[in-house]
Design a protein. Structure first.
Length: 126
């Protein structure tokens, strides 16, 4: 009788263990499926992050190029402003020289007229 009870207990324990194992196996399969889905989502998100990183690097490169061009243009503007100041200064100096030369020319014309008048007077006396 005890032997039969012992065998019955072993059979019941075996059946319960098998059902527990089946339940554990099903849970593991579900977890594995969820894990695969999570891995796929992670791969998709990594691809998106990689693309965004690439786009950000491209935008950064474009911004650096634009800043470089801006700095170059600002340097050109500064150079042209200085050149314009220099040219204006040169023009002012040339205008002053022209005015001085015109003044000298008027004096020479005055001297020439005086000499011609003196010559005419001397000619009339002779």
């Amino acid at each position: 009788f005890v032997f039969i009870l012992l065998i019955g207990a072993i059979v019941v324990k075996y059946v319960l263990t098998q059902s527990d194992l089946k339940e554990i196996k099903d849970n593991l399969n579900k977890q594995e499926a969820r894990l695969e889905e999570s891995k796929e989502e992670l791969r998709n998100k990594e691809a998106i992050v990689f693309k965004l990183s690439s786009d950000l690097n491209n935008a950064s490169s474009a911004l650096n190029l634009a800043n470089s061009q801006k700095a170059e243009l600002e340097a050109n503007i500064t150079n042209y402003k200085q050149l314009s100041k220099d040219l204006n200064s040169t023009l002012d100096n040339k205008d002053k020289q022209i005015l001085i030369l015109l003044g000298q020319l008027e004096k020479k014309d005055e001297e020439l007229k005086n000499l011609q008048e003196d010559f005419q007077k001397a000619k009339e006396k002779v």
